[in-house]
Design a protein. Structure first.
Lengths: 184, 196
């Protein structure tokens, strides 16, 4: 499944729910798929996408969606343990797992060599997990996650969508737009 | 814990970190209670931290107070991410860590807090200063403030609790006014520190 099509599918069902996007192509593709105030784009801080989403989830009653990546999450596997410890019912983590570090020369990531992020999540007491390989499976699992309690941890095996223009890099405006949608 | 005063040696004070000190006839909060009250005054209810024995007294108070949600992170950069996430949905948040942990969080501060302009108070237990017993703690302890300076981030050092409530209140006000992290450096002279 192409990551951009998967991103479009998430947006189709996300409604007004906040979405945090991993740095690089995930942020760019979210911006191009549908720019909205409740997209929290990241431009650095590799590995912190789902930590940001956790901080949001324990601070709002709304469902929070994290669009993480295999390379980034491998940099901060402790985030999964903390999510398992906190058990936020309103957090859905989706990992775009293309089994490589696409931005740095397509080197195979650990998920290409046997690391199973879904099993990591399960071992961290996250009860609702899935690994999906096509859009139909992602649609079914994501809609189920939206309708019930989490935390959810969904590994989506994806392929890169090809080059896409870099989205505007405006962290201060990203935070301003996003935060205002909660406090105003 | 109070500042050194006549008849009160540092050694005496270190032996009784939970004691309520009396100054000018008024009961005073100890340093840990003062921090808790300052956080409440600034409606800062999400605390992300990595445990540290030297400031356990304050994180224990936080953990036992239903006003707060204390999130235990596995690493300090994760704590920064969690705190920024809370801020992004409108909740004031702070982090507690050791100076060595600040080292673990540097890129999170540099690439997240600074460019997004997030007012996250960082309570840092300073290792590597007077009384340090562990050589491995010295380099990062010594480098913490210069690194903060390189980021242009303000830091305040608390060696004692003299006017601590006012100074903390001012630090938190500056943090929010500047929409940048402010480091509140807590030293062994304040909290007694870890002993070998």
């Amino acid at each position: 499944m192409l990551r951009f099509e998967a991103t479009q599918l998430i947006l189709k069902y996300a409604g007004d729910r906040p979405i945090v996007a991993n740095l690089g192509p995930t942020t760019d593709e979210l911006w191009h798929a549908q720019h909205r105030d409740r997209n929290f784009y990241t431009y650095g801080n590799m590995g912190l996408c789902s930590s940001l989403a956790l901080g949001m989830a324990v601070s709002t009653d709304e469902q929070v969606i994290s669009l993480d990546g295999d390379g980034s999450l491998l940099m901060n596997l402790g985030a999964i343990a903390t999510i398992g410890r906190e058990q936020p019912k309103n957090l859905i983590v989706v990992v775009w797992d293309n089994e490589k570090w696409d931005q740095t020369g397509h080197q195979p990531s650990h998920t290409a060599m046997g690391t199973d992020l879904e099993k990591v999540a399960q071992s961290c007491s996250i009860a609702h997990t899935a690994t999906v390989t096509d859009l139909e499976e992602l649609e079914t699992v994501f809609r189920t996650a939206l309708e019930g309690d989490g935390p959810w941890f969904i590994v989506a095996k994806t392929e890169s969508s090809g080059p896409m223009p870099v989205s505007p890099i405006e962290p201060e405006m990203t935070l301003y737009r996003f935060r205002n949608s909660f406090i105003s | 814990m109070g500042a050194l005063r006549e008849g009160n040696t540092l050694k005496d004070l270190l032996k009784q970190p939970d004691s309520k000190l009396i100054d000018k006839g008024h009961p005073l909060m100890n340093w840990a209670e003062t921090i808790v009250q300052a956080l409440k005054n600034w409606n800062t209810s999400l605390i992300a931290y990595v445990p540290d024995i030297s400031i356990h007294e304050v994180t224990r108070l936080i953990d036992n107070d239903p006003f707060f949600h204390l999130v235990s992170a596995t690493r300090e950069e994760e704590a920064i991410g969690i705190a920024v996430g809370a801020h992004a949905v409108g909740r004031n948040a702070a982090v507690f860590m050791q100076s060595s942990g600040f080292g673990n969080s540097i890129n999170a501060v540099a690439s997240l807090c600074v460019p997004y302009r997030t007012p996250i108070p960082m309570f840092i237990n300073m290792r590597g200063g007077p009384g340090e017993f562990n050589i491995a703690q010295v380099p990062m302890g010594r480098a913490t403030k210069p690194i903060l300076d390189q980021f242009g981030l303000v830091h305040f050092t608390f060696d004692d609790d003299h006017r601590m409530d006012e100074r903390l209140d001012g630090a938190l006000k500056l943090c929010h006014a500047g929409r940048q992290p402010v480091a509140i450096c807590l030293t062994k002279l304040l909290h007694g520190g870890k002993v070998a």
